[in-house]
Write a protein of this length. Structure first.
Length: 317
């Protein structure tokens, strides 16, 4: 019998139309959107279902829209009989979704925190503009050394932001330092480096200007121990206390997302199936690269009223 982990994506998984099918088919999913619309005083559902794309892709909107959609998809899956998972995890923003899924935060409280997170990250990007780039087929250590050298040469920060899978790393920081790191990596043989279409340097020191304000929002958010383990991005281990959750949420703004290590740890604990709860299959594909042979399932490609039934027959917690 399979042990299942639920995984929740971060920014980059949003798309216009996300969640519409689930909301049309499941009252439980509609209720999530309705609760979010009431809490925000605006229609997050309309933004998710209709766009426009440019508005949806603005960080301040992307984060609450994706957070709400993932929880709506989760409720739809639960309506099909999805059992409680053995553990949960989320990538960057998805960590907050995972905490709600695990009962550590209420939806409305989590949504308010996500809105503040998006606002502050955008503000940090306006104060200290930066950028990000994905680096492929290079060892993590090589990428880290290039970032350190670029930072030393320019006097500006650039660092690994995400270790997404073997041979797939995202770097983040000041534009000048980022450009120099890319030059160094190409000199070392990097054949594929993709600049990301973002205006913020997430998970880098350029977010530091809003950490104090964000910590105040985190401290004001009611939290409790989760009902199932939530694997944190920074430690790649379960968060065991409420204080540890608060430290993780705050530290995550400037610290790398250790996704590869998180998936490896969950697999080592006996997880044999990863179910991505989101509009795309970004994390499912990363898991396939991190832990070949482990089953992955994405809500984005499932027939919500059919294939879930067959999946659930073989699911255990």
């Amino acid at each position: 019998m399979a042990q299942t982990a639920l995984i929740f994506p971060g920014q980059g998984s949003q798309q216009v139309g996300m969640g519409r099918d689930a909301a049309d088919a499941y009252a439980q999913a509609r209720q999530v959107y309705e609760q979010a619309d009431e809490a925000l005083g605006l229609s997050i559902a309309h933004l998710c279902f209709e766009g426009p794309e440019a508005t949806l892709n603005d960080t301040v909107n992307t984060q609450p829209a994706l957070f709400v959609t993932c929880l709506a998809l989760l409720r739809a899956q639960e309506a099909e009989g999805l059992p409680s998972p053995a553990m949960v995890a989320g990538h960057s923003l998805g960590e907050l979704t995972a905490l709600v899924a695990a009962g550590a935060m209420d939806l409305t409280d989590g949504l308010r925190l996500v809105v503040e997170r998006g606002r502050l990250m955008k503000l940090a990007g306006e104060r200290n503009p930066g950028s990000m780039a994905a680096v492929f087929k290079m060892e993590d250590e090589e990428v880290a050394r290039a970032c350190q050298e670029a930072s030393s040469e320019t006097g500006q920060p650039v660092q690994i932001a995400n270790t997404n899978a073997p041979g797939q790393v995202v770097i983040s920081g000041d534009k000048t330092a980022l450009a120099r790191a890319i030059e160094l990596l190409r000199e070392q043989g990097a054949r594929r480096i993709v600049p990301l279409a973002v205006s913020i340097a997430a998970h880098s020191p350029l977010m530091a200007s809003v950490v104090k304000e964000y910590r105040a929002a985190v401290d004001a958010t009611p939290l409790r121990l989760p009902t199932v383990p939530v694997v944190g991005n920074i430690s790649a281990r379960p968060m065991l206390t409420v204080d540890e959750i608060r430290d993780e949420l705050t530290g995550q703004l400037t610290c790398p997302v250790r996704w590869t290590a998180s998936v490896q740890w969950m697999a080592a604990q006996g997880v044999t199936r990863f179910v991505e709860v989101g509009p795309k299959d970004v994390l499912a594909k990363l898991v396939q690269r991190i832990a070949p042979g482990i089953e992955t399932v994405s809500a984005a490609i499932l027939n919500m009223t059919g294939r879930w039934r067959a999946l659930l027959e073989n699911t255990a917690t």
